[in-house]
Each structure stands twice: as C-alpha cells, then as structure tokens.
Design a protein around this ligand. Structure first.
Ligand SMILES: *Cc1c(COP(=O)(O)O)cnc(C)c1O
Length: 424
C-alpha cells in the first residue's frame, strides 16, 4: 500500500480498522482538553474502562462475604488464578497448565532461576544480551554471586557489532556455540526494551538447548505484543509483566510459563502453600506436594486485588485475538515509520530509526535518534499532548499500540513533531 501523509488518508485507514472500537474502551489522559496521543504503552498501558468493574467485584465480595469470599465470591479467591489459564495460554502460545500468574516480573525470574539455573562443574555460564534491562543485569549478577561465581566470568553478553544498533542472530548462535559446554542458561529479553528488536526465540531456544543449556525468556516487551508459541518452540521457562502492553496497571502481577516437560521433574524450587496440592492445601500437611503444572511454582495466597485488573486485560486480549492485533500493529507501525520519513524530509534534522526495518524483527515500537534535537523537543511534544519516552541523549521510543492508537494519531504526531522542530 502506498501511504500518504494527509489527514484524509489517515482517516480512511481508521475507517477500515477492525479494532477501531477498542479505542473507546480505554481512558486517555487529557492535555489542553484533548485526549493525548499515547506512545508509551510499552512502559505503562492505558487503563481499560472495564477494569474498574473487576476490582469493584472483589471489593464488593470482600465487603459482603469477608473471609467467605475465598470460596463463595463471584469468582472465588482461592483459585482465582486458574481463570487466567485458558485465555493467557492463547496469548503466549502455551498449554493452559503451562501458565500461571503470581508475584512480579523480576521476582518470578529469580524464582525460575532457582529451578533453571543449576550451575555444576564447568557448566555455570549465563548468556544474555548486551545492555539488558537493568533489573535483569542486577538479577544475573546477584544470581551468579549467590552461587559463588564472579559476574565478569559467569555472565557472557552478546555484543552489537561496531556501528550497529541491533544484535545479529548469527552472533547469538556463534556465542552459544563458543560457550558450549560451559553454558548453563540462556536468558534474553524477547523484545529489546530499548531498540524494539524482536529476537528469534525459536531458533535461539533450540541452539541453547543443543549446547546442553536451559533457555528462558524475559517477555516484558513481548507479551501482548508479539506472536508467541512458547510450547511449540520448546522454551524451558519465561516470565513477563502485565502493565506494559497488557494494560493491567502500575507494577502489577507477572505471568509465568513453565514448559510441560518440566512438570513432572524434580527441579528444585522455592515452595509455599499455594503451590501445594490443591485438594489437600488446607490440611496443613508438613510435606510439600506441588500442584501439577506452572501453578506448582505458586508460593503465597493470591493478591486478588491485583489479579483482577490483569484478568480484565487478559479477557480483552483473548477477545481481540493476537492475529488481529498483530495485523494492525504491523500496519500502524509501518504508517508511523512512513510519517517519520516524510517529516524528516521537511525539517533539517535527521531521524535515524534504530529499530530493525524488517517487520519480522520488530513489533509495536520504533526507537528513533533525533540527531540535532534535544530535551526541549521532548518537552514540546509533552506540552502538545504527545506522550513519548525520551532517553538521553536524544532517542524517543514510540509504541503505536494497536488497541488504542489511531492512524490519525500518527498523522497528528507528525504535524506536532514538525512544528516542534521548525518552531524552535
Ligand atoms: C519492564 C521490564 C522489567 C521490569 O521488571 P519488574 O520486576 O516488573 O519491575 C524487567 N525486565 C524487562 C526486560 C523489562 O522491560
């Protein structure tokens, strides 16, 4: 399709958008009395209107039933997380028994590393990507220290080549082969938070396992954003947060995946009563007998008030379906890319999109170097109702989230950006 940088054209795309009506299902902040153009759904998704009712339901059950709500609430609290299994498994391409929700992301990755990072003899190294998300870097360092290794020795980063913004698949595979029988674990962010690069999860997982390692994924920027087939790709484990693309609210609960092949294994794990045999949980027995499946990694009784908004969101995603979401994602991202190139021709600065141009290697994010621009431009955008994410020295990250961004938003953004640059 040949795009045009006009309002009429953007409106025409909107009129053909199968997900258009979802825009009304979200609450947008306002600037100058107008709803904002929201590009930071990769950081904190907008609030769906339906979410409040899910929370109110728990509050009402608590008011009316108090402790009895555990068993007699509208959605009983004691096994509330089981409602996620069906819809969430579809979103990440898993069997229902392979997913659960609990804790928060970094906590879950630590807990999963208890099971899947088992350094022994010369096999103790972890491969991750260069400049991984800071929380992941601290996690790796503290995990290898905990096992008595030095970070410089045990953590192997896959580097970008000189002058390149993204990591090449061939370099990941070469590094896995090089570390070989010293490799205990590969754990990478499925979508890089800074550049938006999407990794080839299937190929990297197979290569890591062939080298004799376990392979896990941090899917913070992937869940609800890219097509995942965690079961078929034979991923050992994964975890993600729910507050980015999945719109479940600040700091909210995390989802976990543990492949079926590990469900009957005797992997070590940190246990608690909510992972104990469901039928016998309240018999208060002394010996831990894990629930079959990912639920066997549960520890504490459920934070139902934070699971409620996540359930609202998971049900919305299941209703939309990842295929429809991805179809719009690719189209609107390409339109945004087009708009950026058009505006770049009209102003003096040069934009450099550091996200891969290949649609297979990117999802709902474009990270752009605005050479010659600075913080003042970011402030201008914010003041004019464009919420973006600014990283020093001059990178903006733009996520045209398919559920609530419109094509006309992309056009408007281009016009505001142009004014912000020319007007200074
Ligand atoms: C957002 C993000 C996190 C956040 O972790 P929390 O434990 O939820 O604070 C971790 N890793 C990656 C890659 C992220 O993008």
């Amino acid at each position: 399709m040949t795009f045009q940088n006009t309002r009429e054209f953007a409106r025409e795309l909107d009129s053909k958008d199968a997900l258009k009506h979802y825009q009304e299902q979200f609450i947008f902040p306002k600037v100058n009395d107008k709803r904002v153009i929201y590009f930071t759904g990769n950081s904190l998704g907008l609030q769906p209107k339906r979410t409040k009712a899910y929370i109110d339901e728990v509050m009402n059950d608590w008011a009316e039933l108090a402790v009895e709500g555990h068993f007699y609430a509208e959605k009983p609290w004691w096994d509330y997380q089981e409602r996620f299994a069906e819809p969430l498994s579809k979103i990440v391409g898993a069997l229902p028994s392979e997913v659960t929700v609990m804790n928060t992301l970094t906590v879950n990755l630590h807990l999963l590393m208890v099971s899947f990072y088992q350094p022994k003899g010369k096999r103790y190294k972890i491969i991750c990507e260069e400049k991984a998300f800071p929380s992941d870097q601290y996690m790796f360092q503290s995990q290898v220290n905990f096992h008595g290794y030095k970070a410089e020795d045990a953590i192997v980063e896959i580097k970008r080549r000189e002058g390149e913004h993204n990591i090449r698949l061939e370099d990941v595979l070469a590094k896995i082969e090089e570390v070989g029988d010293e490799l205990a674990l590969v754990l990478i962010g499925g979508v890089n938070y800074y550049t938006g690069q999407v990794f080839d999860i299937k190929t990297i997982t197979a290569a890591g396992q062939k080298a004799g390692a376990k392979v896990g994924w941090d899917l913070a920027h992937a869940a609800g954003n890219i097509k995942l087939e965690l079961h078929d790709w034979n991923v050992d484990f994964a975890a993600w947060c729910s507050y980015k693309y999945m719109n479940s609210g600040p700091g909210n609960a995390s989802g976990c995946f543990v492949h079926e092949k590990h469900h009957n294994s005797d992997l070590p794990r940190f246990a608690g009563w909510w992972g104990h045999n469901k039928e016998r949980r309240f018999k208060m027995e002394p010996t831990f007998d894990p629930v079959h499946g990912a639920d066997g990694w549960q520890i504490s009784n459920l934070p139902v008030l934070s699971l409620a908004p996540y359930l609202a969101s998971v049900e919305m995603f299941a209703e939309v379906g990842m295929d429809a979401l991805i179809a719009k994602r690719d189209h609107i991202t390409s339109y945004l890319e087009f708009i950026l190139h058009e505006i770049d021709k009209e102003v003096e600065s040069t934009f450099e999109i550091i996200t891969p141009t290949n649609p297979e290697e990117r999802a709902s994010q474009l990270s752009v170097f605005l050479h010659g621009e600075g913080r003042a431009l970011f402030d201008y955008l914010m003041k004019n109702g464009v919420i973006t994410d600014w990283r020093e020295p001059n990178v903006i990250r733009l996520a045209p989230v398919p559920l609530y961004c419109s094509y006309e938003d992309m056009y408007d953004f281009g016009q505001i950006l142009k004014k912000g640059i020319l007007g200074k």
